[in-house]
Design a protein around this ligand. Structure first.
Ligand code: WT7
Length: 662
C-alpha cells in the first residue's frame, strides 16, 4: 500500500514468530467467507436484500424509512433536481424522538443506552429512560435561553454522555447543531461558530486526555470573545479545573438542567429540515459546513447500523470515534441510538494509563462489536501483541474499520490478534458528506478480502470513472456515486456554488465526485486508494493542504508555503511543509518549532506538520499551480516523476540538494 513503508513493516512482522502467521495468512491471499457460526447468529441471512434494492431503489429506501417513527408520512420518496435532492417529501419526524421516546414507549426504557468510562476510570451506566430525562431537561434549558427551531448551536465537548445529550437536545427542539471536535484550537472553533452564526455554545470546563486536562472552556473563551453571534454559553463541569465564568453569558450545565421542566415536546421536523452542520476540510483554506437533514439522514444511518453492524438486543457496541467527527454523529449518536443499542463510550486515549486500555474496556464491559480506525490498529501493532493477549476478548463477534484504507497487514493483524480468527471485519467506506456508510461488506453475506471495502451497500450506486468520465469495469480510476441516496449531504452551509463545484462538476451534474481513487478487481471488489485531491488523511483525520498553507502564511515570518502528505507508518499520512521565509528570516530549528506551534494554534494539534523543509522556491507549473507530486517525491526521498510541465526545472533540483543537506 502506498502509505506504508512496506519493507520496514514486513521486517517488523518477521521479527516475532507470532507475526509469521500474519505473514502466512497474507501470503495465502485468502478470501474470508462468513463462518456458519456468525451467519447463524446474524440478522441478515439472505442476499436478496441487494436484489430488492436493485429492482426498486426508491421503494427499497422507503421501506427502510418506515422503520423510523414518523409523525406524518411522506407523500413522495424523492425529488431529484440535480444536484439538489429532497427525500421523503412532506414527512414529519424528530430525530431525538426516534432515538429515545419510541424505545421507552416500546418498553425498553430500562435498557442501557451508554456505558461510559472516563479516562481516569470513573464509570457511568445510563439507561434509555435516564438519557431521555436528561435530553428533555437540557432541551428545555436551551429553549429557555432563547434558542428556537432553525437556530445554530455549537457543541465543543469532551467524550462524555452530555455531548450526545446536547446533540439530541438540539434535535429535539429543531435547533441545528454543529459539533466542533475538542482537539480543534480556539481559532478553528471561532471560524466554525462564525460561519454557522451559532447563538449558543455548549462546552465543558475540560476533558481528560493522557492524564491531563484539555482546557476546553479556556479555548472557548478565546473563541467566543470574537463571536458576536454567541449569546450564551452552557458549561458542563467535568474536570473541575478553575474556569472563568462570565456573568450573564455563561451558565453551568447542572444549574440550567436543574431548573428545567421534565418534558419537552419534540418538534415536528420536516424530513428536509436541517439536523446538523458538520465542518470538514476541502481543497481550499476554508472548511466546508456540510449540511444534513432529518429524514434521509436518519434513514441512512439507522439502516446501515443494522446491516453493517448487525446490532442485536444483546450486543454491546463500541465505536471509538469522537462525537466531533461524522463517525461519532452517525455511529454513536443517531444510528445506534435509533436502534436502541447498548454502547460503550470512552473519554480518553488508548494508551492511558497503559497500552491495553481498549482491551481492558472490551473485557470489562463485554463489548461484542468494535469499530475503530486503521491508524489505531497500526499503533496497536507497533505496541505489540502482549497487550491484547493479556485480556479476555472472547466477547467480540464483529470488528469494523473506518477512516482510511486499511492495509492488508493491519487487517490480518486485527483479524488474528483482536478478533482471534473468529470475527469478520467490516471495512466501511464513507465520508462526512455521505452521512452513512456506503461501501462495506455485510458480514453475514459478503466474503472478505483483506484491504478491500468489498461492495456498495444495497441501494447505493457506485462507479469508477476515468478523468473523462468513461466507466472502468476493471482497474483504477475515480470513485463516483451515480444515484442519490437518502443521507447524502444537502449542501455546503451558505455556499451552494461551492457545493456544485466541489462535488457535482467533474462529470455530469448528477454524478457525485468523492475525491477518492478506487480500483475494481476482477471479482468486482472495490479497493480504495486514498484521496486524489489536495486533501490529506492524517491518522484518519481529514485535513486540507491549503488549510495548513494558509495557517503558515498567516505567520509574519512566512512568505509562501506548500504542504503535502507523506507516507507514515502509523498515521497513514504525515504532514510535510515546504516553507519560503521572508527576507532576513533564519531557517533555524527554533523557527521550525515556532511554525509548527503556529499551525497547532491556528487549527489544532492534528494539523501540526511533522516536517518543515525550508526552501527558496517551490516547483510550479507554468500556470502557477504548486506541483505537490514533485514535493512529495522530494519529501519522501524518491526519484522525481515527470517534470515536463514544470515552469522552472532548476527549482526542484535546488530543493533536492537543499533537502538532502538537511
Ligand atoms: C474520507 C472521508 C467516514 C468517516 C471518517 C472519515 C477516507 C474513510 C475509508 C475506508 C478507505 C476511507 C476517504 C474518504 N476513508 N473511510 N474504509 N477506506 N478510505 O470521514 O473525514 O469525511 O473523510 O476518508 O478518503 O473520502 P471524513
Amino acid at each position: 500500500m502506498m502509505f506504508l513503508k512496506e519493507d520496514k513493516m514486513s521486517e517488523n512482522l518477521m521479527e516475532s514468530s507470532a507475526m509469521k502467521t500474519v505473514e502466512a495468512l497474507l501470503q495465502e491471499n485468502r478470501i474470508f467467507k462468513p463462518s456458519a457460526e456468525f451467519v447463524d447468529s446474524a440478522t441478515l441471512k439472505d442476499e436478496k436484500i441487494y436484489e430488492e434494492a436493485r429492482r426498486d431503489r426508491l421503494n427499497f429506501w422507503a421501506t427502510q424509512a418506515e422503520q423510523l417513527d414518523w409523525f406524518e408520512k411522506w407523500n413522495k420518496i424523492l425529488e431529484w433536481n440535480a444536484p439538489f435532492a429532497k427525500w421523503f417529501i412532506g414527512g414529519k419526524l424528530n430525530a431525538s424522538y426516534n432515538c429515545l421516546d419510541r424505545h421507552i414507549k416500546n418498553g425498553m426504557g430500562k435498557k442501557t443506552a451508554l456505558i461510559w468510562e472516563g479516562e481516569p476510570g470513573d464509570t457511568r451506566v445510563i439507561s434509555y429512560e435516564e438519557a431521555y430525562r436528561e435530553v428533555n431537561k437540557l432541551a428545555n434549558a436551551i429553549k429557555a435561553l432563547g434558542v428556537k427551531k432553525g437556530d445554530r448551536v455549537a457543541i465543543y465537548m469532551p467524550m462524555v454522555p452530555e455531548a450526545a445529550f446536547a446533540m439530541l437536545a438540539c434535535a429535539r427542539i429543531g435547533a441545528v447543531h454543529t459539533v466542533v471536535f475538542g482537539g480543534f484550537s480556539a481559532e478553528a472553533l471561532k471560524d466554525r461558530i462564525m460561519d454557522a452564526q451559532a447563538k449558543l455554545l455548549i462546552t465543558a470546563d475540560g476533558g481528560w486526555r493522557r492524564g491531563k486536562v484539555v482546557p476546553l472552556k479556556e479555548m472557548a473563551d478565546q473563541a467566543v470573545k470574537d463571536c458576536p453571534s454567541i449569546k450564551n454559553v452552557i458549561v458542563l463541569q467535568r474536570t473541575q479545573n478553575a474556569v472563568n465564568i462570565q456573568q450573564e453569558r455563561d451558565h453551568w450545565y447542572h444549574d440550567v438542567v436543574k431548573a428545567a421542566a421534565e418534558f419537552c415536546e419534540p418538534e415536528k421536523m420536516d424530513a428536509e429540515d436541517m439536523l446538523f452542520i458538520l465542518y470538514t476540510s476541502g481543497t481550499t483554506g476554508k472548511p466546508k459546513g456540510i449540511i444534513h437533514t432529518t429524514g434521509g439522514y436518519m434513514t441512512g444511518v439507522s439502516a446501515t447500523t443494522r446491516w453493517v453492524f448487525d446490532i442485536q438486543p444483546r450486543d454491546i457496541f463500541w465505536c471509538t470515534a469522537d462525537v466531533g467527527w461524522v463517525t461519532g454523529h452517525s455511529y454513536i449518536v443517531y444510528g445506534p441510538m435509533a436502534n436502541a443499542a447498548t454502547q460503550v463510550m470512552y473519554e480518553g486515549s488508548p494508551d492511558w494509563p497503559e497500552r491495553n486500555r481498549f482491551w481492558k474496556i472490551i473485557e470489562k464491559h463485554q463489548v461484542s462489536i468494535f469499530y475503530t480506525a486503521p491508524t489505531a490498529i497500526r499503533a496497536f501493532m507497533k505496541w505489540g501483541t502482549q497487550w491484547p493477549e493479556g485480556c479476555d476478548l472472547s466477547s467480540l463477534r464483529l470488528l469494523g474499520s473506518v477512516g482510511e484504507p486499511i492495509n492488508p497487514e493491519a487487517w490480518v493483524w486485527y483479524y488474528k490478534f483482536i478478533g482471534r480468527e473468529k470475527c469478520p471485519i467490516v471495512d466501511t467506506w464513507w465520508q462526512t458528506e455521505t452521512g452513512c456508510i456506503l461501501i462495506s461488506p455485510i458480514a453475514s453475506l459478503t466474503a472478505l478480502k483483506p484491504g478491500s471495502a468489498t461492495k456498495p451497500l444495497p441501494g447505493i450506486d457506485v462507479k469508477v470513472f476515468t478523468e473523462e468520465g468513461g466507466q472502468i469495469h476493471q482497474g483504477g480510476g475515480y470513485l463516483a456515486l451515480t444515484a442519490p441516496w437518502p443521507s447524502m449531504l444537502r449542501g455546503i452551509y451558505g455556499d451552494p456554488e461551492r457545493f456544485r463545484q466541489t462535488y457535482w462538476s467533474k462529470w455530469h451534474n448528477d454524478i457525485y465526485f468523492t475525491g477518492d481513487g478506487a480500483k475494481l478487481d476482477d471479482d468486482g471488489y472495490l479497493w480504495l486508494l486514498g484521496r486524489v485531491d489536495d486533501v490529506m488523511n492524517v491518522a484518519g483525520h481529514r485535513i486540507g493542504t491549503m488549510e495548513i498553507e494558509s495557517a503558515l502564511v498567516d505567520n509574519p515570518m512566512v512568505a509562501e508555503a506548500a504542504v503535502v502528505g507523506i507516507a507514515d507508518e502509523i498515521k497513514g499520512q504525515a504532514i510535510a511543509a515546504f516553507v519560503i521565509l521572508k527576507e532576513g528570516r533564519e531557517p533555524t530549528s527554533e523557527t521550525e518549532d515556532i511554525l509548527k506551534r503556529h499551525v497547532a494554534t491556528k487549527i489544532g494539534s492534528i494539523a501540526r506538520p511533522s516536517k518543515i523543509i525550508f526552501t527558496a522556491d517551490v516547483p510550479k507549473t507554468r500556470s502557477g499551480k504548486i506541483m505537490r507530486r514533485l514535493l512529495r517525491d522530494v519529501a519522501e526521498g524518491r526519484a522525481l516523476g515527470d517534470v515536463t510541465t514544470l515552469a522552472d526545472p532548476v527549482v526542484i533540483e535546488k530543493l533536492k540538494e537543499k533537502y538532502q543537506e538537511a
